[in-house]
Structure formats: structure tokens, C-alpha cells
Write a protein that binds this ligand. Structure first.
Ligand code: ZN
Length: 297
């Protein structure tokens, strides 16, 4: 039987269509399987990176044209997010706990009371006064209401402590000590003057690191019984490289980035490149809860 040219083209088209459909179906199945493996089998710890906290209605803040507001977060939304985490019985990790139980080689065994808890770390960069005026009352209120302590990590530039800058005030040493004494703050380093460490000469780089540690430890002297203050650092602007890491290793146990990624236990073994999730005005409480729970849908 002879086949017409039209029939040949129709068969070729059908064959190509089948290949494309098969490829697309395999691609989607692979993606879904990868996500299932990530969600079910890989232990993840979301580390949230906040900056300033402002007392403003979330709807008003999100429609504002003020660029300075973008990096900050509304107090009301923060309170709602933290309350969700407390009610869901999350383990609020300190920097030392993250290191001891998940990054050290070998890691220490997880204490029995934390074994079944979901894990999270809440961090605030730059040491703004709002960690005292806005955040501390939220944490105290949650403790009163639920009898649980939500611990937060503060990455502080000691060179700006108590600084009354042009538009943002920085917490004083006394204010930081109040939260530390009450057991809410884990005070860690963010470089002395918030310089981009990768752009400093060796001498200035080392000064930014050791001076910040020295001043933070001096500020908290007598309150820091476990000597855990300023043992870990978050890189200003999230910027680091091999040379910076070499100097960091002289003074700090671990280093935190700011790169919108979640820490996957067992996948990321570099303790000087711990990923953090960027939080700004554009992230709703719903977004944050989704990130904390590790859901991808
Ligand atoms: Zn910063």
C-alpha cells in the first residue's frame, strides 16, 4: 500500500509529539520526586534574617514608597510569626546549639527534650534599638502567655552600640544586656563597623573581627557565663571569600551568609557558609510560615 506525503508528515508529527509529551512527563516526575526527597528525607533548618522592626500597620508599610522601610519588618507581623512558632513548639536554636548539634564533626547528641521538635533560628542583624523596644516585649509576652522562651540571635556591630544615627538608632550595651540577662538574646558578631570584609586589607580585616569580639565580650562581661557571646559571626552584606574565612577561623566558630537559602543538614558542611533566609517587608507572615515548615506548595 502506498502512503501519501500528507500521511508521512502526519505520522512524523505524531511521533515527535509523543517524544515531547514523554519528555515533559518525565521532567515533571523527576521534579516532584526531587521535592519529595528534599521534604521527607533531608533535615532542614530555616534560619531567618531580620533587620529593623517597626511599629507600623503591615498594609501601610507594604504600600509605602520609603526605600528604608523595605529591609525592616512590621512588629505586628513579627509577633504573629513568633507566636505561631511558639504554639507549634519549635526549638529556637542559638548559634552554639546549631554548631554543637548539627555542624560539629562529630555533632553532639541532641538532648532528649528537643528530639521531636521542629527547628528554627531567628536572627536580627545590625543591633538596632528596636530589638529592645519592639522585639523584647514580644518575647516577654510570649513567655507570659505560653511559658516558653523564644530565643533570638542578634548579630551586632559593637562600633555602633548606642549610636544615634541619622534615621536608625542602635541598641546600647545596657539594652542588650537586659535581653541577655533575661535569657532571650544570643549576642553574636557582625563586624566592628559593618564593613564589607572582602574589601578590607589584612590589618583592617583582622581589626574588624577581633575588636568586635573584644568589645561585645567586654559589654556582656559577667553575664556571659558560658562564654558564648561573639563566638559566631554574620558577614556584613553576606560577603565573604576564602581569605576572609581564613581570618574568621582565628576568632569565630562559624559564619553566617544572607542568601535566601535554607540550611540542609548533611549537605552543607562548611560551617563558615551557613545560609540564611532573607526577610523583608515583602514577606507576609504566610510566606514565613511556609518557609519555616519547609513546605514548597
Ligand atoms: Zn548588616
Amino acid at each position: 500500500m502506498r502512503i501519501g506525503i500528507g500521511e508521512v508528515w502526519r505520522r512524523i508529527f505524531k511521533y515527535r509529539q509523543r517524544i515531547i509529551v514523554t519528555f515533559l512527563v518525565s521532567f515533571v516526575i523527576t521534579l516532584v520526586l526531587k521535592q519529595i526527597i528534599l521534604v521527607v528525607f533531608i533535615d532542614k533548618i530555616p534560619i531567618f534574617g531580620f533587620h529593623d522592626i517597626i511599629d507600623i500597620q503591615p498594609s501601610q508599610a507594604r504600600h509605602s514608597q520609603d526605600k528604608n522601610l523595605i529591609a525592616s519588618y512590621p512588629k505586628q507581623d513579627l509577633a504573629e510569626f513568633l507566636e505561631y512558632l511558639v504554639r507549634q513548639d519549635y526549638w529556637f536554636l542559638s548559634t552554639q546549639e546549631l554548631y554543637d548539634y548539627f555542624l560539629a564533626n562529630p555533632p553532639q547528641p541532641i538532648p532528649p527534650q528537643h528530639k521531636k521538635q521542629k527547628k528554627v533560628m531567628i536572627t536580627f542583624d545590625d543591633g538596632y534599638e528596636s530589638v529592645y523596644t519592639q522585639l523584647l516585649p514580644i518575647l516577654e509576652n510570649l513567655e507570659d502567655k505560653y511559658g516558653k522562651k523564644a530565643k533570638v540571635v542578634l548579630f551586632v556591630n559593637a562600633g555602633f552600640m548606642g549610636d544615634r544615627g541619622s534615621h536608625l538608632y542602635h541598641a546600647t550595651c545596657k539594652e542588650l544586656n537586659q535581653g541577655l540577662r533575661k535569657g532571650f538574646y544570643d549576642i553574636q558578631s557582625h563586624g566592628l563597623h559593618h564593613n564589607n570584609l572582602t574589601q578590607l586589607g589584612d590589618e583592617n580585616l583582622e581589626k574588624e573581627l577581633y575588636e568586635d569580639q573584644k568589645r561585645l565580650r567586654k559589654c556582656t562581661d559577667g553575664l556571659d557565663k558560658t562564654r558564648s557571646v561573639a563566638s559566631h559571626i554574620a558577614y556584613p552584606f553576606g560577603a565573604t571569600d576564602k581569605r576572609v574565612e581564613k581570618y574568621i577561623a582565628k576568632y569565630y566558630t562559624s559564619g553566617y551568609l544572607y542568601n535566601s537559602r535554607t540550611l540542609k543538614i548533611g549537605w552543607n558542611r562548611n560551617k563558615y557558609r551557613i545560609p540564611r533566609l532573607t526577610v523583608n517587608m515583602k514577606k507576609s507572615v504566610k510566606n514565613l510560615i511556609k518557609l519555616a515548615s519547609g513546605r514548597w506548595w
